[in-house]
Design a protein around this ligand. Sequence first.
Ligand SMILES: *Cc1c(COP(=O)(O)O)cnc(C)c1O
Length: 378
Amino acid sequence: MALEKEETSLSSRAWIEINVENLIYNIKQIENIIPKDTKIMAVVKANAYGHGMITISKILEEYGINDFAVATIEEGITLRKNGLKGNILILGYTDLSKIEDIIKYNLIQTIVDYEYAYKLSTLNLSKKVKVHIKINTGMNRLGESYKNIDSIKKIYKFKNLNILGIYTHLVAPDSLLKEDIKFTQSQINNFYTLINILKTEGYNVGKIHIQSSYGILNYSNLKCDYVRPGIIMYGVCSGNTRIKINLKPVLSLKAKVTSIKYIAKNEPVSYGRKYITNKNIKIATVSIGYADGLPRSLSLKNTKVLINNHYAEIIGRICMDQLIIDISNLNVKVGDAVTLIGDKYYIRANFIAKKASTIPNELLSRLGNRLEYKIVKN
Ligand SMILES: *Cc1c(COP(=O)(O)O)cnc(C)c1O
């Protein structure tokens, strides 16, 4: 499975390296702060935030993770077709015309609200469909309101449904502002109150879960059956957190030097003549561009890359398939690897995302369109 680094840099244009040990390290850090009886439901939606859904899921399954979450039925089917055995919860909406595939591929569907559950109960299905009920406690996206206790009780009694769990989602778990903490606490309290009412009245509620990454870090003592980490599993943390756990980035984004040139003073570099040399410089062309997911908004902002263990700056506009870096004073040759995102301060996903006016989740999940994936074991 592991490819030699040399082989990578010889043949590839642009690629992602996945560090298996860092992924496992992060999982262990998460396990260390959650209660003993709480299990990790690994969120691998959006191609595992650009890390490669199948590869990441298989590594996690091999480690012992048995529960996964995806956003769409297609992602769930892809995992099954590639041999994943664990539970797979679909966090998003699935059109009712596709419900037989939920059953066929042994997936778990989220009940997005009462109406969805009702419609499901009227279908003629080959078998009961496995579901978790989503409760809206304030996000106001998916979920039946925690206030509609009677509707929620009815969902538990509907035919066609094999209800295995019930969950909610926090709105601002990454904020340490007093009002946000108060809001989060009310979300948590309202959810648990609902659960207690249901349990008291004899309902078998199933597994309960609340926290995604920042909920895990800021509300780590909640007693739930699952936590749903995404971004921190990949070793990236951009929110405000009370607990600082050590995380290691799993992904590195790399490309190659394809051409080296000496450019005189007062020459333009790249589209639009937005960068003009103010002295004689040496430049290198690199085989990656915005069509590979590296935001074009990083252009003309002194964005750094790493090459042969030295920082170099991107100059001129980032193109669709290529970009150009200033390598004056550096010892660089054609074929050398350039790291665009990795484990050094100025090229961390956090830092790069901020420069591009976004969050690392968006930066990472947009990667991968044309990139190769390489597994690296330390
Ligand atoms: C995406 C998602 C997660 C994971 O979020 P992170 O902040 O990346 O940990 C968890 N739960 C739900 C419902 C999600 O949509």
